[in-house]
Design a protein around this ligand. Structure first.
Ligand SMILES: NC(=O)c1ccc[n+]([C@@H]2O[C@H](COP(=O)([O-])OP(=O)(O)OC[C@H]3O[C@@H](n4cnc5c(N)ncnc54)[C@H](OP(=O)(O)O)[C@@H]3O)[C@@H](O)[C@H]2O)c1
Ligand SMILES: [Zn+2]
Ligand SMILES: [Zn+2]
Length: 352
C-alpha cells in the first residue's frame, strides 16, 4: 500500500480539500497509472453532494473522478497489454466478476458485481474506492483502456464517461445517415452527443435552455438548434424524430420530447435527476414510441468509442483547470456555465 495525493469532500456540504488516500501496490494483473487529466462529470457533483442519497448514498470522505487519462508507471507481472510509459485511461468502472452473462456479453456496466471507480466497496483495501481527483490509481488491466496517440489528452479524458455514455445509446438505437437525432441539454454529455450524432451522419437537432449556446451547438455539429422554452419552435418538430438523447441533470418535462418522436421513435435518458419524471402514457402508445435509459457502456465498446474518436479526431471541448479551482468549477457546473467540460490538470496536485 502507498499514499496518493487527492482532493476529497468530507460531507455533502463541505468544499473539496487536499488530502492523501491509500492505494494498493499493483498485484499481478494491476496497472498503476500516473493521472495526467481527469474530467469533472455532473455525476461527480451529484455524488459529492449526496444528491443520489436514495440510490447510491455517498460514503465520506469521497474522492470523485471517472474520466481518467494518464501514463502507466508500473504493471503487475501478468500484465501483457500495457508497459510503463504507455498512455492509459480509466472510466467509471474498475472491476466486475468477469463471469456472469452480462460480463460475458461485454456489458460489464450491468454486472451485478461491478465496482465503480469511486464510492464503491473496495475489496482490496476495505472502505470505498477513490476516483481520479488524485495523482495516481491502480486498476485491474481488464478495465484499463488504450488512448489513441493523436488525441489531446485533456480533451480525451471526458471521453471515458461523457463520450461512452452518449456513443453507446446512439449505436444501440441505430443513429446513422438518414436518421433525425435530437440531443437535449448542451453540457458535458450533450456536446459529445452532438459530435457523435454528427460523425455518425444523422441530421442533428440540439435542444437547449441557453440561447447563448446556439452558435456553439452549430459549430459542434448540430444542423438545427431549438430553444426548448419556446413552445412554437418545439411544435415545429412534432412527431419527426427517430431518436432523442436526453442528458439533462435536473427535473424537466420529458413529455415535451416524447411528443417529438415519430413512429417507433425512442427517447433515451442518460441524465440522472434523482426525482421520478412523470410520463404521459398516451404519448408513448400513440406512435409505438419508447422511453428508455442507458448506463455508460461496456469495456469493449468504450475501446471502440476511443478508436472511433481517434479516427474522427473527436475530443471533448474542455476548460482545463488546476485542482485548486475544483470548488469554483462545481459552482459553475450547477449554473451550466462550462464550455463544455472541466478537465483537471493533475500536475497541479504536485504543489499540495
Ligand atoms: N447514464 C449515465 O451513464 C450517465 C453518465 C454520466 C452522467 N450522467 C448524468 O447525466 C447528467 C448530465 O451530466 P453532464 O456531466 O453532461 O452535466 P452538465 O454538463 O451539467 O450538463 C447538463 C445540461 O443540462 C441542461 N440543464 C441543466 N439544468 C437544466 C434544467 N433545469 N432544465 C433543463 N435543462 C437543464 C444544461 O444544458 P442547456 O444549457 O443546453 O440547457 C446543462 O448544460 C447528470 O445527471 C449526470 O449524472 C449519466
Ligand atoms: Zn460521469
Ligand atoms: Zn459480471
Amino acid at each position: 500500500m502507498y499514499k496518493a495525493k487527492a482532493y476529497s469532500v468530507s460531507s455533502a456540504a463541505s468544499p473539496f480539500a487536499s488530502t492523501t488516500i491509500p492505494r494498493r501496490d499493483p498485484t499481478e494483473h494491476d496497472v498503476q497509472i500516473e493521472i495526467l487529466f481527469c474530467g469533472i462529470c455532473h455525476s461527480d457533483l451529484h455524488q459529492a453532494r449526496n444528491e443520489w442519497s436514495n440510490v447510491m448514498p455517498t460514503v465520506y470522505p469521497c474522492v470523485p473522478g471517472h474520466e481518467i487519462v494518464g501514463r502507466v508507471t508500473r504493471t503487475g507481472s501478468a500484465v501483457k497489454k500495457f508497459k510503463p510509459g504507455d498512455l492509459a485511461a480509466v472510466g467509471c468502472m474498475v472491476d466486475s466478476d468477469g463471469t456472469c452473462p452480462e460480463c460475458r456479453a461485454g456489458f460489464e456496466q450491468f454486472c451485478p458485481n461491478f465496482v465503480l471507480t469511486y464510492n464503491f466497496p473496495d475489496k482490496h483495501l476495505g472502505g470505498v474506492t477513490y476516483g481520479g481527483y488524485s495523482d495516481s490509481i491502480v486498476v485491474h488491466e481488464r478495465f484499463v483502456l488504450r488512448v489513441p496517440a493523436n488525441l489531446d489528452l485533456a480533451g480525451a479524458a471526458p471521453l471515458l464517461c461523457a463520450g461512452i455514455t452518449t456513443y453507446s445509446p446512439m449505436r444501440h438505437w441505430g443513429v446513422t445517415k438518414g436518421k433525425k437525432a435530437g440531443v437535449v441539454g448542451l453540457g458535458g454529455l450533450g456536446h459529445m452527443g452532438v459530435k457523435f450524432a454528427h460523425a455518425l451522419g444523422a441530421h442533428v437537432v440540439v435542444f437547449t435552455t441557453s440561447a447563448g449556446k446556439k452558435d456553439d451547438a452549430l459549430r459542434l455539429g448540430a444542423d438545427e438548434v431549438v430553444i426548448s422554452k419556446n413552445a412554437g419552435e418545439m411544435n415545429k418538430h412534432a412527431g419527426s424524430f427517430d431518436f432523442i438523447l436526453d442528458a439533462v441533470a435536473a427535473p424537466h418535462d420529458i413529455n415535451a420530447y416524447i411528443n417529438l418522436l415519430g413512429r417507433d421513435g425512442n427517447l433515451t435518458m442518460v441524465g440522472a435527476p434523482e426525482q421520478p419524471l412523470p410520463v404521459a402514457v398516451f404519448g408513448l402508445i400513440m406512435r409505438r414510441r419508447s422511453f428508455s435509459g442507458s448506463l455508460i457502456g461496456g469495456i469493449a465498446e468504450t475501446q471502440e468509442m476511443l478508436d472511433f474518436c481517434g479516427k474522427h479526431n473527436i475530443t471533448s471541448d474542455v476548460e482545463v483547470i488546476p485542482i485548486q479551482k475544483v470548488n469554483e468549477a462545481y459552482d459553475r457546473l450547477v449554473k451550466s456555465d462550462v464550455k463544455y467540460r472541466f478537465s483537471i490538470d493533475m500536475a497541479s496536485l504536485k504543489s499540495e
